[in-house]
Ligand binder design. Sequence first.
Ligand SMILES: [Zn+2]
Ligand SMILES: [Zn+2]
Length: 81
Amino acid sequence: MICADTWRTVTGMAAICPNGHQLRPGHVLVGWSPCGCANCGNQPRGLRGHRTLQCLDCREQGEEMVRYNPPHIGGGHPNRA
Ligand SMILES: [Zn+2]
Ligand SMILES: [Zn+2]
């Protein structure tokens, strides 16, 4: 459970998902996606990956809207934003 301020801190973006949902507490799911893309590969071992934030309002509507921080480079991560 995170608050909107946490989303803003993690993403550096507004606390609104790309589909316009207000990301209130309980409406966003935080995860981690190990990755070796250009944005991740220069991180220390064990930190190579993206913080992922999924909008649960979108998921309720059957849409996967997940943001990656740092942004992912290249293929392999569907529905990234
Ligand atoms: Zn949304
Ligand atoms: Zn990546």
